[in-house]
Design a protein around this ligand. Structure first.
Ligand code: NDP
Length: 393
């Protein structure tokens, strides 16, 4: 019998909804494959209805029935930070820890030291930078995530935030809600995306999906990545490749950020880099908050060097109530929701179950789900995380 510790975000303040009565829709589309042909998660069964709220405490990622039937103990908590958190108390004898990047259970070296039984840390979602991978390697802990599960959800959110910033939706909506009708005021910062230069930093699963979704807007697309995309792909989308982010940002009006948080990317969007962008550029960052320098972003918005910043991610999470990104001018921030839409939750909950089934059966995990295994970076992790930044606390 194993102890499975599940760290999830709190339930809605008005209580956990019943399905389907309290939901906006009765169903979500049924999908089988991702665009690269990888199949969606294939657990033996699921005990939830796709479209249900699974990522909060009462949703339990739909895992309780399965785990308890198999004789395991499931402990679900939300309190994860501070010296005397439930997380600190419960992790000491946990065999499995699961958390989502939206509400990351920061597995620091100190915590890993106290988690003597820990065998696997599962990210229900994508991005395992909240786990100190070096310490996980040293302790032989497997780290796995549900690769691709919410990449397209994030790409959609990115496109939304690009349009929200460029067209200045937030201000216009506010005027409508407040009963106003001053059109001049509503459009004084409103532009068309058409014809703009858009730069994609990191053309992985999300970056490429953003390219494909933005192309029909009549934009000029640029990108940088460690490796160049195939020539036919570049031709199809008329992509301009830049050797590095420094070269990229000088040539664009909108930057979207899709790299993992590693030692190479931490703090990359700093004052110096921002000063080289066109005045009035926009940045959309759904990757990780720590890729941007907090105060440099605020200063660039206040000076007008940036015309807008829309991020979905913060460091740490949850962000404190007085975090300056909540109130800085011309922001369209969201609270790390892009990858946890209801359909995305169904995908990564099913993927988490698939990983657990394989883990308990002693079967190999899908290589694309692996980040760290047997004391070394493996699968997706060997590609993405060999240089990892320290987790924010
Ligand atoms: P992928 O692994 O498919 O893509 C990551 C890309 O980043 C790869 O193309 C990789 O390059 C590139 N890359 C890594 N380091 C660098 C670097 N130093 N410079 C340039 N390019 C780099 O992951 P996804 O697209 O699925 O996700 C990307 C990130 O988005 C995740 O790591 C996560 O942090 C974040 N994310 C956020 C979510 C949210 O809810 N907001 C949900 C899901 C992910 P290459 O392969 O060529 O080596």
């Amino acid at each position: 019998m194993a102890k499975v510790l599940l760290v999830l975000y709190p339930d809605p303040v008005n209580g956990y909804p019943t399905f389907p009565k309290d939901y906006a829709r009765d169903t979500v589309p049924a999908l089988t494959d991702y665009p690269n042909g990888q199949t969606l998660p294939t657990p033996e069964a699921i005990d939830f209805t796709p479209g249900e709220l699974l990522g909060s405490v009462s949703g339990e990622l739909g895992l309780r029935k399965y785990l308890e039937a198999a004789g395991h103990e499931l402990v679900v908590i939300s309190d994860k930070d501070g010296a005397d958190s439930d997380f600190d108390r419960e992790l000491v004898d946990a065999d499995v820890i699961i958390s989502q990047p939206f509400w990351p259970a920061y597995l620091t070296p100190e915590r890993i030291e106290t988690a003597k039984n820990l065998k696997i840390a599962i990210t229900a979602g994508i991005g395992s930078d909240h786990v100190d991978l070096k310490a996980a390697n040293e302790h032989g802990i497997t780290v796995a995530e549900v690769t691709y599960s919410n990449s397209l959800a994030v790409a959609e959110h990115t496109v939304m935030q690009v349009l929200v910033l460029v067209r200045d939706f937030v201000r216009q909506h506010q005027i409508a809600v407040e009963g106003g009708w001053n059109i001049a005021e509503a459009v004084e910062r409103s532009y068309d995306l058409e014809g703009m230069d858009v730069g994609i930093f990191a053309a992985g699963r999300i970056g490429r999906a953003v390219i494909e979704r933005l192309a029909p807007f009549g934009v000029h697309l640029h990108y940088t990545d460690r490796f160049r995309l195939p020539a036919e792909y570049e031709e199809k989308y008329n992509l301009v490749f830049h050797e590095n982010i420094e070269a990229l940002v000088k040539n664009i009006d909108v930057l979207t950020v899709h790299a993992p948080l590693t030692d190479e990317t931490a703090g990359l969007l700093n004052a110096e880099l921002l000063s080289t962008m066109r005045r009035g550029a926009y940045i959309v960052n759904p990757a990780r908050g720590a890729i941007a320098d907090r105060d440099a972003i605020v200063n660039a918005l206040e000076s007008g060097q940036l015309a807008g910043y829309a991020g979905d991610v913060w460091a740490p999470q949850p962000a404190p109530a007085d975090h300056p990104w909540r109130t800085m001018p011309n922001n369209a921030m969201t609270t790390h929701t892009s990858g946890t839409s209801l359909p995305a939750q169904a995908k990564y909950a099913a993927g988490t179950r698939e990983i657990l089934e394989d883990f308990f059966a002693g079967r190999a995990l899908r290589p694309e789900y692996l980040i760290v295994e047997g004391g070394t970076y493996a699968g997706t992790g060997a590609h993405s995380y060999a240089k990892q930044a320290q987790p924010a606390r």
